[in-house]
Design a protein around this ligand. Structure first.
Ligand SMILES: [Zn+2]
Length: 112
């Protein structure tokens, strides 16, 4: 998916997955809320992330009484993205086995 230059700026800044005050792109981007909401419905969603917002209040830019929102890209499903593919498949296989045992009337959790 091709990003507009403005969205590219936001994605580039949020790439490190830390909080960033909106002042970091304020001068370069118009209507950042709209861009961010579009990103959340498109590009970020595709990548498995969502851009969250919280009032900065100077926590991230250091300017007291900063009225802007700070943003951060967070994984939509932390487990799914942190787990390796193998782990995920093992978990799925395990859940399927539990369901199979349940359906077959076997003890679901075997006592070791
Ligand atoms: Zn700020």
């Amino acid at each position: 998916m091709k990003l507009s230059p403005q969205k590219e700026i936001i994605v580039g800044i949020l790439r490190d997955r830390n909080w960033h005050c909106g002042s970091e792109w304020l001068n370069r981007i118009k209507d950042d809320r709209i861009r961010i909401s579009e990103l959340n419905k498109g590009y970020m969603l595709e990548k498995g992330y969502v851009i969250k917002g919280e009032p900065c209040k100077g926590r991230f830019c250091g300017r007291t009484k900063c009225p802007l929102d700070a943003r951060k890209a967070v994984p939509l499903t932390p487990l799914a993205t942190q787990q390796s593919k193998d782990e995920r498949e093992a978990m799925l296989a395990y859940s399927r086995e539990l369901v199979r045992r349940f359906d077959a009337g076997e003890p679901v959790f075997s006592v070791v």
